[in-house]
Design a protein around this ligand. Structure first.
Ligand code: ARG
Length: 463
């Protein structure tokens, strides 16, 4: 196939070089954005008298037909085309003749591709944000169902203090809420139109960039045409936001893997989100959680790849930038796929509060509360801390727990101990008394559920 730019050349491009250079096999997924951008560009050219009304209608009709035919599967991409931009333009010319050749007036593929990626990512971010909201909702509902389930909270993966499962889950709701907002912030910065920057320097035609920006739903135009074609910051920002989503999903996955092990047995995953072993009949493996954890590496890789691609690039456009797309597409696909599986996996996950409670009864996780008991009776915290340390050590030696020591044994350590200590160190009291804002106490957990519910309702109102 003759290249659009063949005029200057005496020889055709080498076959391998042509394949190497071509991006149609991956950028074809931006066909809708490319065609939409072209429609608006043609409208602007007509408005400004650069093409006639008749030519515009011809172009618009041609583009509409191409879009419909790709959508319906009637038209397939020509893998010999260099990229999606060339494909659409040559298909248009094939269909409507010379008028099709006017479309590329006052435009370059450099601003065209910059536009397409922005439009593409804007749509994908909308979808990903929706998936994140769904996940937050599922987490919030699970939290609501598990307000009284007490389990050990961990630090260093050592049993630390009693918390409710609701409280633990809500920590993830907060993380994904930030992810949602992070993506929204990046989209806000991305939402400026590069179209009309042309190759890099702008154009001699009297174009109307504001018109195009408005028609395409942008907040405004990019103020510098060189920046317009060179900027891929928004890709870096979004890849970074997606990496953070994956990091959160991965931490959550790690916990799901631990919780569903026989050693913990805090949860049981639904059969539809687990797999068996080909050799060990007893196995029920948390493959989905493991795969989400595993796929996190790809998205980090996508971010690193793009940052590295961009780091040495002089202004303005360089072909290196064609490499941005596969990273972005892979990250978008991976995040969507992971959220798509992770959310129902959590929704259908069965919690086992009795096992959680049994674990909470071991590990002296009420030791801090016993120290606080002494403090409330007037002892300085450090002294109380030391006493309780000795009592824990005594319990370990005698294979017992704090709740089971007699008051006589307690009194050997200090006279301040009295019958009321048992109530003070019961797991329920330990949880109930954590009244500080954000803590594991019931009021605080209810406030957190309310906070997330209101956030979700507000977002639903906007979208
Ligand atoms: N396929 C190219 C890309 O993805 C489109 C822009 C080509 N521009 C150029 N001057 N060769 O970056």
């Amino acid at each position: 196939m003759d290249k659009m730019w063949a005029g200057r050349f005496e020889k055709a491009l080498d076959k391998q070089a042509d394949d190497f250079n071509s991006s149609i096999h991956f950028d074809c997924r931006m066909y809708r954005q490319d065609i939409t951008g072209s429609m608006v560009h043609a409208a602007m050219l007509c408005r400004k008298g650069i093409i006639t009304q008749e030519e515009y209608e011809d172009i618009l009709g041609g583009l509409t037909g191409i879009l419909e035919d790709i959508d319906s599967g009637k038209l397939s991409f020509d893998m010999d085309a260099e990229d999606i931009h060339m494909f659409v333009e040559s298909e248009l010319t094939k269909r409507i003749g010379d008028n099709g050749k006017k479309l590329h007036t006052a435009r370059s593929r450099n601003d065209q591709v910059a536009l397409d990626i922005r439009l593409y990512l804007r749509a994908e971010c909308e979808e990903i944000s929706g998936l994140i909201l769904k996940l937050i909702e599922v987490i919030k509902d699970k939290a609501d169902e598990n307000k009284t389930a007490i389990l050990p909270g961990y630090t260093h993966l050592q049993r630390a203090q009693p918390i409710t499962f609701a409280h633990h889950l809500l920590a993830y709701a907060m993380m994904f809420k930030r992810d949602f907002e992070r993506i929204g912030d990046a989209v806000k910065r991305m939402n400026y139109s590069p179209i009309g920057s042309c190759a890099l320097a702008g154009t001699t035609y009297n174009t109307d960039r504001e018109f195009e920006a408005e028609k395409l739903g942008f907040s405004g135009i990019m103020m510098n045409s060189i920046d317009g074609v060179s900027d891929r910051d928004f890709c870096v920002e979004l890849l970074s936001a997606f990496s953070t989503v994956m990091m959160h999903l991965s931490r959550f996955s790690e916990e799901v893997v631990l919780w569903s092990s026989w050693e913990f047995k805090f949860v049981e995953l639904d059969d539809s989100y687990t797999t068996g072993s080909s050799i060990m009949p007893q196995k029920k493996n948390p493959d989905m959680a493991e795969l989400v954890r595993g796929k996190t590496g790809r998205v980090y890789g996508d971010l690193m790849a793009l940052l590295t691609t961009l780091k040495g690039l002089p202004l303005a456009y360089n072909k290196d930038m064609q490499e941005d797309k596969e990273s972005i597409f892979d990250a978008v696909d991976t995040v969507k796929m992971c959220l798509g599986v992770f959310t129902p996996m959590i929704a259908t996950m069965n919690t086992l509060p009795d096992n959680m409670y049994a674990a909470a009864q071991k590990g002296f996780i009420n030791a801090t509360d016993l120290a606080d008991y002494l403090v409330k009776k007037g002892m300085p915290f450090r002294t109380a801390y030391k006493h309780v340390g000795e009592i824990v050590s005594y319990c370990i030696k005698n294979n017992t727990v704090l709740e089971k020591l007699s008051i006589k044994e307690y009194k050997q350590f200090d006279e301040l101990f009295d019958e009321d200590l048992y109530n003070e160190i019961s797991l329920e009291t330990c949880v109930e008394k954590r009244i500080s804002a954000g803590g594991t106490g019931p009021q605080s957990v209810l406030a957190q559920i309310k906070y997330i519910t209101e956030f979700l309702n507000d977002e639903k109102d906007i979208h």
